[in-house]
Write a protein that binds this ligand. Structure first.
Ligand code: DO4
Ligand code: MG
Length: 317
């Protein structure tokens, strides 16, 4: 199952199921106003997401289609009347236009680092230190705090370049979402936007490289585990567009990752209570060259087949 969150003018946030034909079925209910709550409800009731959503979908379709109301209380099925598709929603966020939101309001986003050899090599080459290779080969992974909801953007939202950085790069990553017992309940795409010049200056500056306004893009969909045959064999692609030109195109297969997600989660959750719905981004294996720092107006696209495309314009902060 693939879920999205989207905005409807004068209504607010909605939860949608994306069908095979990319139609969007609005399954918002009072008990499940967002994807986080849908996941929590399934967990609390001890039922699968599929069963819960089938139940919600039945309630929604038995509700007579109604006009989009002015307040967001009893508008179940509102988007169904509008007959929206994923493509219709994949537009620049504007309060007056239906558009995609981040697929989950993750209370916390954590990042994992140097999980691909390419990332370790690039970072060591550029810092003249071997700390990254040492971590790449170590028994303990690099895990860092990345973002809160206020620092995250969804599809087509602006990702930021800090005002004190002249080498900010996109880090395209596969991210997973944790449920109540630390199990993976689904996946999404993440852009771990990072100020490489700041972290290279001194590794102690890592939080300033990683955490700022618009440092993390998530989306476009929350893809349940049942949709993903093998998360360690996914082709990820990234392009950076500048005006009419594609100035960078790169790809990686997740098989090149050095860690299993359960190992990363085990370290993350060790004596560290993690809220339900935490997103864990698994590190980048696509390394944009240093001579192509992000610039205002660039558009970054990250894609995995079946996950959709996460597209974000770049803004100078
Ligand atoms: O320590 C640097 C961060 C590494 C990272 O974010 C990555 O490899 O994706
Ligand atoms: Mg990263």
């Amino acid at each position: 199952m693939k879920l999205i969150q989207f905005h409807l003018p004068q209504v607010g946030k909605r939860v949608g199921i994306v069908t095979r034909d990319a139609d969007v079925i609005d399954v918002t209910s009072k008990e499940s106003p967002g994807v986080l709550e849908v996941l929590a409800l399934a967990y609390q009731e001890g039922i699968s997401l599929g069963v819960l959503l089938a139940d919600i979908q039945e309630q929604v379709s038995s509700t007579a289609p109604i006009q989009i109301p002015l307040s967001g209380e009893d508008e179940r099925g509102a988007a169904n009347k509008a007959g929206l598709t994923l493509q219709d929603l994949d537009v620049t966020p504007d309060a007056n236009v239906p558009h995609l939101l981040a697929p989950i309001d993750a209370p916390e986003v954590w990042g994992c680092g140097v999980t691909y050899k390419r990332s370790a090599d690039m970072r060591d080459d550029d810092s003249e230190q071997d700390i990254y290779s040492r971590v790449y080969h170590a028994a303990r992974p690099e895990i860092f705090f990345k973002a809160t909801p206020a620092r995250c953007v969804g599809p087509n939202g602006f990702i930021g370049i800090r005002s004190d950085s002249s080498l900010t790069a996109t880090e395209p990553e596969l991210a997973y979402v944790l449920g109540g017992d630390g199990e993976i309940v689904g996946y999404t795409l993440c852009n771990d936007v990072s100020a490489w010049d700041i972290e290279r200056d001194n590794p102690l500056y890592l939080p300033q490289s990683k955490i700022f306004y618009g440092c993390c893009a998530l989306g476009p969909m929350f893809v349940t585990t049942s949709e993903v045959d093998n998360p360690y064999d996914l082709d990820m692609r990234c392009t950076v567009r500048r005006g009419e030109d594609v100035i960078y195109a790169g790809e990686v297969n997740t098989s090149q990752m050095n860690w299993k997600f359960e190992q990363l989660t085990e370290f993350l959750m060790r004596d560290n209570p993690i809220p339900f719905g935490t997103v864990v981004s698994t590190g980048t294996g696509i390394i944009v060259p240093n001579d192509l720092p992000l610039a205002a107006g660039d558009v970054v696209e990250i894609e995995i087949d079946g996950f959709g495309t996460l597209s974000n314009p770049v803004k100078q902060l």
